[in-house]
Write a protein that binds this ligand. Structure first.
Ligand code: GDP
Length: 141
């Protein structure tokens, strides 16, 4: 039996500023992700630090949390078989210089930090990240 998996994605502030929200969401639908929930919001630097807590000791942490709190973002809960890995593939490499043709980062990222999109990197991370942005009732379907 095939099992559905859920993952969390974020259209980052750089992509929102580039008017890329529609194009990126179209990629999710074309690639057979079901959109379970979606919202546009701004997060504070403190909230960005909580979300990216695993990177707290990395040299880019301060800059990353400034960036993620620099403007509106769009967060989506996505569902499909193999959603975590399939989304990572669709996103492309963290550094757009290494991103494959046809990926979202190849098209929209402008640097290793301003790289257009976030996607959970594992099933347990996805659970934490989904619950960070969505209440249970918003995902109850
Ligand atoms: P991801 O899972 O592909 O998003 O990459 P990571 O989990 O390794 O890093 C989280 C985010 O931090 C990335 O998406 C980038 O926005 C940023 N980032 C990662 N590596 C670097 C880096 O070397 N320099 C800077 N300035 N930002 C980085």
């Amino acid at each position: 039996m095939k099992t559905l998996q859920r993952t969390l994605t974020i259209v980052k502030p750089d992509a929102v500023r580039k008017n890329a929200i529609g194009d990126i969401i179209e990629q999710f639908e074309k690639n057979h992700f079901r959109i379970l929930a979606m919202k546009m919001l701004e997060i504070s630097k403190h909230q960005a630090a909580q979300f990216y807590a695993v990177h707290a000791n990395r040299p880019f942490f301060n800059s990353l949390t400034d960036f993620m709190s620099s403007g509106p973002i769009v967060v989506l809960a996505l569902e499909k078989e193999n959603a975590v890995a399939d989304l990572r593939k669709l996103m492309g490499a963290t550094n757009p210089a290494n991103a494959e043709e046809g990926t979202i980062r190849k098209k929209w990222a402008s640097s290793i930090e301003h790289n257009a999109i976030h996607g959970s990197d594992a099933e347990d991370t996805a659970r934490f990240e989904l619950s960070f942005f969505f209440a249970g009732y918003e995902l109850a379907q």
